[in-house]
Design a binder for this molecule. Structure first.
Ligand code: SF4
Length: 683
């Protein structure tokens, strides 16, 4: 019996663990961790271990589907292409939008955005970074000149102190969590600030519970202490940064006593952690969606950059500002230009010279310099009837976007809606045409993980039925719509990657031979003799003058605050066994572990409301209400409740607030909205 081991990369989180798919009789029958892989070193979390369970499911999409009289019927590819081409050609390009798939390889995403820009003529292109790390891209780009993780995961093991804020790594990024635990075993002091006493917080040397949405005040007060105590890195500030006096003036107001009022963290604790952070020789900041998913997410991100620059904790092993990215290829989707403001390589749509250069490389005509709409803007425009056609690849906004009723209203209001995916998702049910796509195990290409490591994925088995690669579908459609075939003819994913290198300066020095090894390459890698860049900003920042910019920031707080009617703050989170919903809820082993959702409520709050553990309750916000089981616990700050976001039957996003948006990034405030909880009648 022949068994094949095909090395590839996990399809779930941005950690980017290496794995071998075990193939027998043309089926993937298991997963073996990749022992020589530098990220996971022969380990996987439960999601990675059971990712193969979805590949050969009976409910994979296998043919194009067209909806007629409210029912889907099987269709040929030609029928589907003709219908889509006629619809995309019938509307003003500004009335058409695209959500790209951050789960898909770079090559698919690259062709998707190229198709939208050249063939359809719109920059209305976005992806789920808008809903997770959009503030990281905007915030770190403003502070450092580059919107990505500064160090590598391996760098954590050199830290003397790790300050984790808004990151539950042991559940959401478990193999990074493992590196943090190893750093702790090496002697690093581990501080975790989080409104929830998470599994990660339970491993901390010092846990700092604080009120959700008050990160700016907390870090301003830490900087206030550092400056008052004379612990700032004067040489680093002088040589490597600008705008320090402006920062100093703002943080001077935020005494620990004042911040205590806002954050609920005792002033002496703020003083203590500030001094510990500043005195550590090598201190690393780790953050995730607890920082970004706020209506002031960019401010929170820039605040982590301020703290690191103030203490010279940048450009050395064991230091840095380290956002933990969500989807397996969300970093790549940003790099590939699946953004309404950026072409591949973060070259700005609004810049005329960039546009001329891109049109010259692609051989197309004027693409315009007006940036497109972000995801929340596209949803709003569809709800108002201004966006008429939506083409979604591999996203499931009915589950993952805020205010589900608003999303459903928008989707129902579209004139024409295409979904390209591997399963009939909750979102695909709303579509006019559904196209079957190959999954990660069925194709070649590259994923870029959260530490900017560009890694090869390899084909293990054929895609089921008539499914195609995303890039093939967009190339077929481009030709159907009369595009120059030269622009959309590729032999393989490798062929596409060669083109990606020509328009993405950070990838210019990469080729298949160089990537075909476990350590692969970190971007920026500008030439074929460049070793790649595991650590950024060693001698200068990525701004043209090489300086980092301090950003003075005032505390804003969440947009929707509790009141008599809605007295609690809801935060939403992810679980170890689930990753959004469409894939992990179809993996039988993972679904069995946590089959449905619950609301975590503080013991005192529950007692005041007369709610017992496991009792069914009603949670209500200004957007809607759900029925869900209560989990009464001391692991959450009083006044805050938490619902994992994966479960359609008790969906947290029915409650969340699509109107509370970060003006600097378009990020909706998933981490704070006002809710009320009540016992169910008769319970
Ligand atoms: Fe996959 Fe992330 Fe788990 Fe690694 S940590 S196995 S990349 S889900």
């Amino acid at each position: 019996m022949d068994i094949k081991y095909v090395p590839t990369i996990c399809p779930y989180c941005g950690v980017g663990c290496g794995m071998n798919l075990v193939v027998k009789d043309e089926k993937v029958v298991g997963v073996e961790p990749w022992k020589r892989h530098p990220v996971n070193e022969g380990k996987l979390c439960p999601k990675g271990n059971f990712c193969y369970e979805i590949i050969h499911r009976e409910d994979r999409l296998t043919t194009p589907l067209i909806k007629e009289n409210g029912e889907f019927r099987e269709a040929t590819w030609d029928e589907a292409y003709d219908l889509i081409a006629s619809k995309l050609g019938a509307y003003d390009p500004n009335e058409i939008g695209f959500f790209c798939c951050a789960r898909s390889p770079n090559e698919n995403i690259y062709v998707n955005q190229k198709f939208a820009r050249i063939v359809v003529g719109t920059h209305n292109i976005d992806h789920c970074a808008r809903l997770c790390h959009g503030p990281t891209v905007a915030g770190l780009a403003a502070s450092f000149g580059s919107g990505a993780m500064t160090n590598s995961y391996a760098s954590f093991e050199d830290a003397d102190l790790i300050f984790s804020i808004g990151a539950n790594s042991l559940e959401a990024h478990p193999l990074v969590g493992r590196k943090l635990m190893r750093a702790k075993m090496n002697g690093a002091y581990f501080i975790v600030a989080d409104p929830r006493y998470t599994p990660t917080a339970k491993q901390a040397d010092q846990y700092i519970p604080f009120k959700t949405g008050t990160d700016v005040a907390l870090m301003n007060a830490m900087m206030n202490v550092i400056i008052s105590e004379g612990l700032e890195d004067k040489e680093f500030i002088e040589k490597r940064t600008k705008n320090y006096e402006e920062l100093k003036e703002v943080v001077s107001k935020y005494t620990p006593e004042m911040a205590e009022e806002i954050t609920q963290v005792p002033a002496d604790v703020i003083r203590d952690i500030a001094i510990k952070y500043a005195k550590a020789d090598k201190a690393a900041i780790v953050y995730s969606l607890g920082i970004t998913e706020h209506s002031h997410g960019v401010d929170n991100v820039m605040q982590t950059a301020n703290l690191a620059m103030l203490t010279g904790n940048i450009g050395r092993l064991g230091t840095g500002v380290n956002p933990l990215r969500g989807q397996n290829n969300v970093q790549g989707a940003c790099d590939m230009g699946a953004l309404p403001t950026d072409y591949p390589g973060y070259r700005k749509v609004a810049d005329q010279e960039v546009m001329e250069d891109v049109t010259c490389t692609w051989g197309c005509s004027d693409l315009g310099c007006e940036p497109g709409l972000k995801i929340p803007e596209m949803i709003d425009a569809a709800a108002k009837g201004d966006l008429k056609v939506l083409y979604i690849t591999g996203e499931d906004p009915v589950i993952s976007d805020p205010d589900t009723h608003h999303v459903e209203e928008a989707l129902n209001n579209l004139d024409f809606f295409v979904v390209q995916d591997i399963f009939m998702t909750d979102t695909a049910e709303f579509a006019d045409v559904v196209l079957p796509a190959a999954c990660w195990a069925e194709q070649e290409g590259t994923f870029t993980n959260g530490e900017r490591r560009v890694q090869l994925i390899r084909k293990a088995v054929d895609a089921p039925g008539e499914s195609k690669y995303d890039w093939e579908i967009f190339c077929d459609l481009a030709k159907k719509m009369g595009a120059d075939p030269e622009m959309f003819t590729y032999e393989s994913a490798q062929d596409i990657f060669e083109e990606v290198r020509t328009v993405t300066p950070q990838y210019a020095g990469m080729n298949r031979e160089r990537l075909d090894r476990p350590e692969a390459l970190h971007w920026p890698c500008p030439s074929e003799d460049h070793p790649g860049t595991a650590m950024m900003h060693i001698e200068k920042f990525a701004h043209p003058d090489g300086l980092g910019i301090f950003m003075p920031l005032e505390e804003q707080g969440p947009m929707e605050t509790p009141d008599d009617e809605y007295p609690l703050i809801l935060t939403t989170t992810r679980l170890l066994f689930h990753y959004h919903a469409a894939m992990t809820r179809r993996a039988a082993t993972l679904d069995r572990e946590v089959p449905t959702g619950y609301v975590e409520i503080n013991t005192e709050d529950a007692a005041e409301l007369g709610i017992a553990n496991k009792e069914k309750v009603k949670v209500k916000s200004r957007r809607g209400e759900i029925e869900i089981a209560a989990r009464v616990t001391d692991d959450i700050v009083k006044g805050i409740v938490n619902i994992p976001m994966h479960f359609r039957e008790c969906s947290a996003n029915i409650l969340t607030n699509a109107a509370a948006i970060d003006p600097k990034s378009g990020m909706p405030e998933y981490k704070a909205c006002a809710v009320a909880i009540s016992k169910m009648e008769g319970s």
